[in-house]
Design a protein around this ligand. Structure first.
Ligand code: FAD
Ligand code: NAG
Ligand code: NAG
Ligand code: NAG
Ligand code: NAG
Ligand code: NAG
Ligand code: NAG
Length: 481
């Protein structure tokens, strides 16, 4: 029943898997098989057609320049362009109808400095939320000692910062994020929102495979990728190598497996490995955090917002927040808080002139993924009309695209974050990354993917580096043969 024998078998054809495969091929190991559960490659890179344009349901921007492997690979190819998106210059809207333009820059820079440059006390119990609240209140107080209006605004903005940062650390709240762990997260210096000139983040896969810039140079990878192959069994400590089984009944024999499935998938597949994984690996899988954010893309028949607006960020007054569930009672709520509060703004999309992108974060994302399309749309329109209806002719959308990263069992979440439990138990991403050896001491299970990167987790450039690293580890073993 074994169909194919290989030197290396890669599970998952996302950024990490494709990176590993291309590195192996370039290094002279071409006996490679890739098994991908979906009917497409790319994983959490998912550029899809929407009314004639490509939009991204997963990764969208190349974040930063210095030390960013994606940026380095493409900077001479003229594939990137700065985004229209500039979150330090968004239009902020208050639920009472006030609209504020271009005056939040100082506060946003202050918040970013706390978020990225924070230096916590070193107590394993410190959370990002406690740290941020404390620093923010202190430094905002220093900044605006007299200005009452401004300090009222800072309160509403603090709530917004919480939500917008949950996009980067996708826990349910920032009180679940370890400050010590979070400090290991590094952003790359330089411009943070490079976009792919209407061609989607998918472009990077073609660059990795050398289809781009010159299709004639393409690596012989297409016949190595098998789609619709959902792995459900890995027997890794046998005399005849590793046996990998799929849900369609097919089996593959190999010397090394590179596992690139998301941390969410690893958490849900405890039964995948025979024998069970060693304890350090189980702990890392169970304790490191995997969260979810969702993208809601609404397409409108006409563009009803002005050209110079990059997006609308929503701030709630206490009164409006308290009335929200009465005004819009549909969909999930949590302790009296409506799911709509967790859609923290709508932003223009570089690749499509009449689409707005809403970000949904926090505790209720999974429930929102289960909401019917029409309720989701009604909710979004309620929000847009509430914040902007008196100023603009908010129309009804004629198209919806939404991500469902949590509900799809091949992802089970959007990306990883640094949980308090992992920090308390001294579990690190190195534990997630470290290979598992068979009883002969041969590294048979290697782990790559976004979550295994010690400082660039939750990004494509992080995922690609981990794929390269694991391929290099294997190339090193065979370099003298
Ligand atoms: C909404 C969203 C927005 C994002 N925005 C950005 C951004 O702007 N910039 C950025 O740098 N990063 C962004 N990211 C993060 C980035 O997309 C990921 O870090 C990266 O794509 C992960 O790549 P990976 O190879 O580690 O995992 P994946 O892409 O998840 O690849 C793993 C593959 O394994 C497959 N698989 C799963 N289970 C099985 C199985 N049982 N058998 C076989 N195959 C299986 C999956 O289908 C998948 O294709 C975003 C992610 C999301 C979800
Ligand atoms: C972090 O600190 C460095 C050095 O002081 C500074 O240049 C940088 O702008 C800060 N980062 C942010 C996001 O504020
Ligand atoms: C902010 O955006 C406005 C247009 O909305 C633009 O005129 C202005 O130059 C921008 N400011 C900065 C600092 O980017
Ligand atoms: C801001 O000020 C207004 C009016 O003074 C008040 O009603 C409101 O509760 C304050 N705070 C917030 C977050 O709305
Ligand atoms: C909104 O629509 C009304 C009626 O159709 C029109 O009179 C008005 O000019 C429009 N306003 C804007 C800002 O487009
Ligand atoms: C996601 O993982 C959790 C365990 O962490 C599991 O209970 C759940 O069923 C998984 N969901 C999907 C859609 O696979
Ligand atoms: C945490 O683990 C590392 C190795 O992963 C070890 O070097 C270190 O001593 C441990 N720290 C504590 C406090 O246990």
């Amino acid at each position: 029943m074994t169909t194919r024998k290989s030197r290396v078998l890669i599970i998952g054809a996302g950024a990490a898997g494709i990176a590993a495969a291309t590195r192996l091929l370039a290094g002279g190991i071409d006996n490679v098989v890739m098994l991908e559960a979906e009917d497409r490659i790319g994983g959490r890179i998912h550029s899809v057609g929407f009314d004639g344009s490509l939009v991204d349901l997963g990764a969208e921007w190349c974040h930063g320049e210095k030390g960013n492997i994606v940026f380095d690979m493409v900077k001479h190819l003229n594939l990137l362009e700065k985004s229209f998106h500039d979150y330090t210059n968004d239009t902020f809207c208050i639920s009472d109808g006030t609209i504020i333009k271009n005056s939040m820059k100082d506060l946003i820079e202050l918040a970013d400095d706390i978020f990225y440059n924070g230096t916590a006390s070193g107590d394993v119990g410190d959370t990002l939320g406690d740290y941020f609240n404390h620093e923010y209140k202190k430094r905002v107080g220093d900044m605006f000692p007299e200005n009452r209006d401004r300090s009222n605004m800072t309160e509403m903005l603090l709530d917004w910062f919480h939500k917008s940062y949950l996009d980067l650390v996708p826990a349910k709240t920032w009180f679940e994020v370890s400050m010590m762990g979070h400090r290991r997260y590094k952003k790359c210096e330089g411009y943070l929102y490079w976009q792919w000139k209407k061609k989607g983040y998918l472009t990077i896969l073609h660059v990795l495979m050398k289809k781009n810039p010159d299709a004639a140079q393409q690596l012989p990878i297409d016949d190595k990728i098998l789609l619709n192959k959902e792995v459900n069994r890995i027997e890794w400590d046998r005399d005849d190598g590793v046996i990998v089984g799929c849900s369609d009944g097919s089996w593959y024999q190999t010397d090394h497996v590179i596992v690139t499935v998301s941390l969410g998938v690893l958490k849900s597949l405890g039964h995948l490995f025979t024998p069970k994984l060693p304890l350090f690996k189980q702990d890392a899988i169970n304790l490191i955090g995997m969260g979810t954010v969702a993208k809601i893309l609404l397409k409108f028949p006409v563009k009803w917002w002005p050209d110079d607006v990059a997006g609308f960020s929503f701030l709630w007054t206490k009164t409006d927040r308290n009335n929200l569930l009465k005004e819009f009672p549909y969909g999930p709520s949590d302790h009296g808080k409506s799911w709509l509060e967790d859609i923290y703004g709508f932003y223009v999309v570089d690749s499509h002139p009449t689409v707005l992108l809403g970000w949904n974060v926090g505790k209720m994302v999974e429930q929102v993924e289960h909401l019917a399309d029409h309720i989701l749309i009604e909710g979004c329109i309620f929000l847009l009309k509430k914040f902007l209806g008196h100023r603009y002719n908010v129309t009804y959308p004629n198209g919806l695209l939404r991500s469902k990263w949590k509900t799809n069992p091949h992802f089970n979440g959007s990306y990883a974050y640094q949980s308090l439990e992992a920090e308390r138990r001294n579990v690190s991403r190195e534990d997630l990354e470290r290979p598992v050896c068979d009883s002969d001491g041969k590294p048979v299970l290697l782990f790559a993917g976004e979550a295994t990167h010690s400082k660039f987790y939750a990004t494509v450039h992080g995922a690609i580096e981990t794929g390269f690293n694991e391929a290099d580890r294997i190339l090193e073993i065979y370099k003298n043969n």
